[in-house]
Design a binder for this molecule. Structure first.
Ligand code: TEU
Length: 545
């Protein structure tokens, strides 16, 4: 099948974190009514698609990543009918919809888990999860020493129906997120049906949460976390690929084929690329690029490695700088050390906001000029920074609680968007709202609202709108080849070849540099010098013929 013109190969995809996008009913939490009221913002931005973080029925122990009904919308967000209407309204604007599917675990309130608790050891219901007796004389020790990704043990002990201490169950994330047993065919059938459920309602693709974690070593053997064995007991096991081959058949069974997008955090580039073999997922998030320092050689290396690992599997690269799990990139790029890993968040390190903004503007033009698709996280178009001073008593991320505050968690990138006005809730909630936004918005966001920035073409929002609109008109951008051009040290310069070639230059050196030969300056991320040179931390798109 020829996928070369498929939308997902070149799309600009905007990530909506529903609880923080816009609050339509005044309860302080974003909802679908709020999204529908602001579809014009997405249309004005010019994005091709929107990915929604989970909107399903959920006790919200991990902001919706603990799903209790995969076929229902959580009442805090709205109703299934509203979601269906939203999908149609977005489609009418030419915007595709990607839903989030969370297959590794469900909520402890999911009927399956509740039944498993009720029916007790050895039941068929328990085999949908990882229930095991504890170790020690009275089973008081967890079945093994595996640790939760959110901190603390990956096991929680249950109570038997008669109230006595019972078996333990595995949860790689919070205790409210029991891991499903993907060796059980009923689990597979359920998620195949959930995929069809959302595809039948018009979803153009799915983002697959924790896509590499589904299968586990059935012996549940302990291992040295500092030096994990190969294969790893629960990460990236070969058997997981069988799941995605079946999902691909489902996605391809629709006349307008649906896209599968993997959340795959893996250090090994080839193992990562294996998820995008032609009969598996279509694309995956490029976390190597997200974590890369703002440094020319490092960026060039990660770009080359990205293209090199994607080429053999025929998948397009993705370029992403922020999401709901990582500190916002304006903040990261304003620090002395601009690199990032999941274990190295540097929260609280000094940030030069102006520097971070300048680099973020340049990074936007870089991302939009690279081959492949681009993910934007809501609020980056406003230049929002990580909110690092949320009072502990207002924090909500289970990562904060499970690490006893050692890790502040991810609330700082999840603060509700500022839309208008000069004081909180900045139009996030209606004027007659009964509750404040679920996380406090900084007073400084008065100059970062959509309303404040929309009229200024040079604002961050103005730049996003202009760059995305221009990208649409430049046939060589998006999927396709690129060639590096000779450039001074510290400068990235590459050509997107074709009938009307475009050159992108990004200056990460110590001083201004001359522009490459060109016919026209298409767009810059900031003003050129009086001599017409490209200043430090600035990017330009050039038409060269
Ligand atoms: O994230 C999976 C994952 O590996 C992350 O938890 C990451 O390690 C962590 O967020 C550190 O930043 C996905 C979702 O993106 C995340 O929001 C969920 O909390 C998690 O799965 C559990 O569903």
């Amino acid at each position: 099948m020829d996928d070369t013109a498929a939308w997902w190969r070149s799309a600009v995809i905007y990530q909506i974190y529903p609880r923080s996008f816009a609050d339509g009913n005044g309860d302080g939490l974003g909802d679908l009514r709020g999204v529908r009221a602001h579809l014009d913002h997405l249309a004005a931005l010019g994005v091709d698609a929107v990915w929604f973080n989970p909107w399903y029925a959920s006790p919200q122990a991990d902001a919706g990543y603990d799903v209790s009904d995969y076929r229902a919308i959580d009442p805090v967000f709205g109703s299934l009918e509203e979601a269906e209407e939203l999908i149609q309204e977005a489609h009418a604007l030419g915007i595709k919809i990607i839903t989030d599917v969370v297959p590794n675990h469900c909520s402890d309130q999911h009927p399956w888990f509740q039944e498993a608790l009720r029916t007790g050891p050895g039941s068929a219901a328990r085999d949908l999860f990882w229930f095991r007796p504890g170790r020690g004389a009275d089973g008081e020790l967890p079945p093994n020493e595996w640790q939760s990704i959110f901190g603390g043990p990956a096991w929680t002990r249950t109570k038997n129906p008669d109230g006595t201490p019972g078996e333990w169950y595995l949860h790689l994330f919070a205790a409210e997120q029991p891991d499903l047993n993907w060796d059980n065919p009923k689990v597979r059938e359920e998620f195949e049906d959930v995929l069809r459920f959302w595809f039948d309602r018009g979803a153009d693709g799915v983002r697959i949460d924790s896509a590499a974690l589904l299968l586990k070593d059935r012996t549940l053997a302990d291992f040295d976390q500092a030096d994990p064995p190969n294969p790893h007991p629960f990460e990236d096991r070969d058997e997981v690929h069988d799941v995605y081959r079946v999902w691909r058949e489902i996605a391809d069974s629709y006349p307008d084929k649906r896209a599968l997008i993997g959340e795959v955090w893996l250090p090994d580039a080839d193992r990562f690329a294996a998820y995008m073999r032609p009969d598996e997922l279509h694309t995956a998030f490029n976390f190597a690029f997200l974590g890369c320092a703002w440094q020319a050689d490092a960026l060039r290396t990660v770009i080359d490695e990205t293209l090199a690992v994607h080429a053999p599997v025929g998948a397009p690269a993705t370029w992403v700088l922020s999401n709901h799990d990582v500190p916002r990139h304006v903040t990261r790029y304003g620090r002395a050390d601009t690199s990032f890993t999941l274990d190295y968040r540097q929260l609280g390190a000094y940030t030069d906001r102006e520097l971070g903004l300048r680099r973020s503007r340049a990074a936007l033009l870089l991302n939009l000029a690279l081959p492949g698709s681009v993910y934007l996280y809501q609020g980056e178009e406003l230049g929002l920074e990580e909110v690092e001073d949320i009072p502990d008593e207002l924090r909500q991320d289970p990562m904060f609680f499970r690490t006893h505050g050692a890790n502040p968690g991810r609330d700082g990138c999840r603060v509700p968007l500022p839309w208008s006005g000069s004081a909180a809730p900045f139009g996030f909630s209606p004027a007659d709202a009964t509750d404040s936004p679920w996380l406090p918005q900084p007073a400084t966001w008065a100059d970062r609202t959509v309303e404040a920035l929309a009229g200024d073409p040079d604002s961050m929002l103005g730049l996003y709108r202009r760059a995305i609109a221009l990208r649409r008109t430049l046939a060589v951008l998006g999927d396709g080849p690129m060639n590096w051009l000779a450039a001074p040290a510290g400068v990235l310069s590459f050509e997107r070849p074709g009938a009307e070639p475009v050159v992108c230059m990004v200056n990460l050196s110590e001083g201004p540099v001359a522009l490459a030969p060109h016919a026209e300056i298409l767009l810059t991320s900031g003003p050129l010098t009086a001599e017409g040179e490209l200043p430090v931390d600035t990017a330009v798109w050039l038409r060269i013929a």
